[in-house]
Design a protein around this ligand. Structure first.
Ligand code: DP6
Length: 360
């Protein structure tokens, strides 16, 4: 069993004076949702996600040794330009990981980041962003300590990403990733995400995710606040138990390719996530009227055609439409004909299952 202590960097002379790395990390879409957390970003229940392929953050880290080792020093750029509003989040992240990566205070960092998806599209970039930054930090750590193994490299990268944003720990490595202790998933951990290594039924190969951008506005309630409202939530315990059951169920489905059961679990998870928001105190609703219009159209289309498309939702109004690659033509036609009218400026993103972060 790995513990937090295993990720503390042991002091060694820092021979690297300066350098630079660049990594991309993808977004991910949860099938069984993480909603509710304990201290230090420990999830209240396990979750599982598909890693995406096209929605990515690309981050370049330049580092150069400095004299003062007491504080963090960094420049933060977004698409090459200084981005002051992102600074507090990065500052907080660096402080959180300081005990695990004390060497970061020995360097001035330049973090230059960009996304492959449109800025302020309502697609959260925190998962891909925190994952991409964590990969760069681990590249620096490996430079300082070449003894770092591949396994440790990815586990610690996911561990660090988790401290930045919980779901980010599922954007590091693997096409299907499990995060959170679950007795039926060997090696699963509350501390980091692990690739799901069982054989996956070919129906899920290149599974598609078309993301409909329903509302690009700022959310009224952040995920962090939403997670917090699961404390003293009247249905919390039952929900956490349900997530465990759904994880077991989806494990079976990923093996046997039962897409109807897949749809049932995934849509129920999405609606349960939003039901938790609606039954929090204070309560809130992140879906928009068009979110519901889209859901109803998907149900109608599925009933009429038997094409196994389903939806899932994140903590927002946008809809992710999941379907097998072999129905791509009919499904995209349906989306274009019937759903784009519900999207802000007709915007949508085509994505599919990917494999994780990549060194550039
Ligand atoms: C609804 O990972 O964004 O997308 O840990 O506070 O950064 P923080 O929250 P975040 O929560 C997102 C939760 C979700 C479901 C999921 O991805 O599992």
């Amino acid at each position: 069993m790995t513990s937090e202590k295993d990720f503390i960097f042991s002091p060694i002379p820092l021979t690297t004076k300066q350098g630079s790395f660049e990594w991309s990390a993808p977004s991910n879409i949860a099938l069984v949702k993480y909603w509710g957390k304990k201290e230090n970003q420990i999830p209240a229940n396990p979750s599982i996600s598909f890693t995406l392929n096209n929605c990515k953050t690309i981050t370049k880290l330049d580092f150069i040794q400095k004299a003062n080792h007491d504080t963090f020093s960094f420049d933060l750029l977004f698409e090459g330009n200084p981005k002051e509003d992102f600074r507090p989040k990065i500052q907080k992240f660096l402080e959180r990981i300081a005990i695990y990566c004390p060497y970061l205070k020995n360097y001035h960092l330049k973090i230059d980041t960009k996304n492959t998806f449109p800025h302020s599209s309502g697609i959260a970039s925190s998962a891909s962003g925190m994952a991409a930054l964590s990969m760069n930090i681990m590249s620096l750590e490996k430079e300082l300590n070449p003894a770092v193994t591949d396994e440790f490299f990815y586990q610690k990268a996911s561990f660090l990403a988790r401290l930045g944003s919980g779901s980010a720990c599922r954007s590091v490595k693997g096409t299907v990733v499990v995060w959170g202790n679950h007795n039926e998933f060997e090696g699963s951990s509350d501390l980091f995400g692990v690739p799901f290594t069982d054989e996956i039924h070919p129906i899920f190969n290149n599974y598609q995710d078309t993301i409909l951008l329903v509302d690009k506005g700022e959310k009224q309630v952040s995920s962090t606040v939403g997670h917090d409202l699961m404390h003293n939530h009247p249905f919390a315990e039952q929900r956490f138990l349900q997530a465990h059951h759904n994880l077991s169920a989806i494990k079976t489905v990923l093996g046997n390719g039962d897409v109807n059961r897949f749809i049932e679990i995934v849509e129920s998870e999405a609606l349960t996530l939003h039901a938790m928001m609606m039954t929090s105190m204070p309560y809130f609703i992140l879906m928009k009227p068009n979110t519901l219009e889209i859901i109803n159209k998907i149900w109608k289309f599925r009933k009429e055609t038997n094409i196994p498309v389903c939806f899932t939702l994140d903590a927002g109004a946008n809809v992710h439409i999941l379907y097998p690659e072999n129905v791509i033509v009919e499904t995209l036609q349906f989306i274009k004909d019937e759903l784009l009218g519900y999207c802000q400026n007709g915007q949508y993103l085509c994505d599919a299952i990917g494999f994780g972060s990549q060194k550039l």
